[in-house]
Design a protein around this ligand. Structure first.
Ligand SMILES: *Cc1c(COP(=O)(O)O)cnc(C)c1O
Length: 359
């Protein structure tokens, strides 16, 4: 068996020790004679898994007691609609547009409530997180939404917005758990699982309890944050296997030393890769230095006619899924928690060799 280095943006690489453990526990979970996917979500076996996962997540992210954690379905995409459905409360909402994902969030919200786009970096090709001083905020809004890490454009906010007069909401699908985050400064944080948490099918929502009073009774219960919280995310059958696997990832993260340690590793990995890109005229990353993502590193070749050959040779060398998103072209290396430093070394060596051969 050979495992490759998989640079996919999502579903993405999972830590190998987690996959090994899931395999070992597959047929007989903790002496039960069953796999954890075969048991009732309301029975004590699964409830122990569910509660441990939430506890470990709370520890990792230092989530205060006045926040609920929801284990939902529907992906971050459903949240684009559920956030305004639950929390707009008849007022205007504020959005920051910094790339494809925040743009989609804006389009979804626009069908549901009044939306004010208070900052927009499309004019400079989504190359930055606009400084808060440049935002054109409006008063009396229900919340301000932004995408903390734009997975396609490789733009990550280097700051948490401060001093707003409304709750702050962040799409953290591609950077949650990559470093510590001040959860207490947010009204709501959400993330699809398949990038940095676990397998697809699970969506995490961390929401301040007082906001749940805003959720209108008119929306379906399974889409209502307040109802989901009251039922411990078990209004109906949750994605039990994804929840279990996310729990194994949380345990792995704790064993690694938690999110402070992950941040150090992730900074080393990203710096190594950006240094290789910046140190050459052959490769280029378009994002402003202070807004570069630690998780998703897009880059182009000086001669784009070599793109296909780059991807082909990389694959032959065991470096998978480096093709950029179809909307921006070029290449993209997604380097989430599960990507080991050896994967970055292998990529950087391959890039140097490819440049040398192409010169
Ligand atoms: C992948 C991604 C999404 C969409 O996630 P789904 O789970 O496919 O709905 C939304 N926002 C960001 C930042 C993403 O990276």
């Amino acid at each position: 068996m050979t495992r490759v280095f998989n640079f996919s943006a999502g579903p993405a690489m999972l830590p190998e020790p987690v996959l090994n453990r899931a395999r070992d526990e597959m047929l007989d979970w903790h002496g039960s004679g069953m796999s954890i996917m075969e048991v009732s979500h309301r029975g004590k076996l699964f409830l122990s898994v569910a509660e441990k996962a939430e506890q470990d997540l709370r520890e990792l992210l230092n989530i205060p007691d006045d926040y609920e954690v929801l284990f939902m379905q529907g992906g971050a995409t459903l949240l684009f609609s559920l956030i305004p459905m639950n929390l707009a409360a008849g007022k205007v909402t504020q959005y920051i547009q910094t790339g494809s994902w925040s743009k989609k969030a804006i389009a979804a919200a626009s069908k549901i409530c009044p939306v004010e786009v208070v900052a927009d970096s499309s004019g400079t090709g989504y190359d930055r997180a606009p400084a808060q001083a440049t935002w054109d905020t409006v008063p009396d809004s229900s919340y301000l939404h932004y995408c903390m890490n734009e997975t396609i454009h490789g733009v990550e906010f280097p700051f948490v917005p401060k001093g707003l007069d409304c709750p702050l909401i962040a799409d953290c699908s591609s950077n949650i758990l990559s470093r510590p985050m001040p959860v207490n400064e947010f009204g709501l944080i959400y993330a699809g699982a398949q990038k940095n948490i676990g397998p697809a099918g699970l969506t995490l929502v961390i929401v301040r309890k007082d906001l749940l009073d805003l959720c209108p009774d008119s929306i379906p219960d399974v889409l209502n944050f307040s109802k989901l919280a009251a039922s411990d995310s078990m209004l109906n059958t949750p994605p039990t296997y994804s929840w279990y696997l996310a729990g194994l990832v949380f345990e792995w993260l704790k064993e690694q030393g938690g999110l402070e340690e992950m941040e150090q590793r992730n900074r080393r990995k990203a710096q190594r890769l950006y240094a290789a890109i910046d140190g050459s005229d052959f490769y280029h990353n378009p994002v402003q230095l202070d807004s570069r993502s630690l998780m998703n590193v897009p880059f182009t070749l000086a001669d784009s006619s070599l793109d296909t050959e780059f991807v082909r040779q990389a694959e032959a060398a065991g470096l998978i899924s480096l093709k950029g998103h179809r909307s921006v072209g070029g290449m993209r290396a997604s380097i989430y928690n599960a990507m080991p430093e050896a994967g970055i070394e292998a990529l950087v060596s391959f890039m140097a060799e490819f440049e040398r051969k192409s010169a």
